[in-house]
Design a protein around this ligand. Sequence first.
Ligand SMILES: Nc1nc2c(ncn2[C@@H]2O[C@H](COP(=O)(O)OP(=O)(O)OP(=O)(O)O)[C@@H](O)[C@H]2O)c(=O)[nH]1
Length: 218
Amino acid sequence: MGAGGCCYQFRVLLLGDAGVGKTALLRRYVEGSPGAAEPEAKSEPTVGVEFYSRALQLPAGPRVKLQLWDTAGQERFRCITRSFYRNVVGVLLVYDVTNRKSFEHIQDWHQEVLSTQGPKVIFLLVGHKSDLQSTRCVSNQEAEALAASLGMAFVETSARINCNVDLAFDTLTDAILQALQQGDIKLEEDCGGVRLIQRAQVPRSPSRKQQYPGPCQC
Ligand SMILES: Nc1nc2c(ncn2[C@@H]2O[C@H](COP(=O)(O)OP(=O)(O)OP(=O)(O)O)[C@@H](O)[C@H]2O)c(=O)[nH]1
C-alpha cells in the first residue's frame, strides 16, 4: 500500500502516570536525533492533551504519518484524556523504571482503554528512564512478563540518553501495519485510528506540536 500518492495515518496515544516521561519521550522522537541536545531537565506537566506528528518510511514499503497524542498523567485531567481513547489504533503504555507505582498502574491504563475502545488497539509497554540504573526498581524480566501476559511487546527507553526511542515507535508502527495486513484492524473513512491520506497532506518537516482543540477534527 502507499501507492498512488497515498500513505497511512495512524493515531497513537501515550498513556501513563504523571511524570513518567511521556512528553520527553515524544519530544525526543519528533525533535531529537542522535547528537541533538538532551531534553530539558525539568518540564512542565502536560495540560490535557498535546498533539505531535511525524512521517516515516517503513522498510516494509508504505509511508506512514503518525499522529501522536501526548496525554496528561495527572488525575485532574482524566476527563479530557479519556475522550481521546476512542479512535486510536495504537497506545504506548509508559511507566518509569524507577517508580514502582507507575508500573503497577499499567494494568489500570490498559483496562481503561479496552473498556472504551474494545480490542482493536495495538499496545506497546514502555519502561522509560532506563538511564537511571542505580535507582531502578522494576526489572526488565518482570516487565517482559507483564507485557507477555497482556499480549504486547515491551521496550525500555531513555529520552535523556536517546536510547531505543525510535525503536519503540517503530515497533508499535510495525505491529499496527501487520495487524492491518492480516485484517485484524481495518481502514476507516472518517475518524478512525487508521486512514489513507493523500501524500500532499504529510508534513515535510519531521515534527510539529500543536495544542489539540478537541477530541476529533474530522
Ligand atoms: N533521567 C531521565 N529523566 C527523564 C527522562 N525522560 C523524562 N525525564 C524527566 O522526568 C520528568 C517528567 O517528564 P515529563 O516528560 O514531563 O513526564 P510526563 O509523563 O509527560 O508528565 P505529565 O505531563 O505530568 O503526565 C522531567 O523532569 C523530565 O526531565 C529520561 O529518559 N531519563
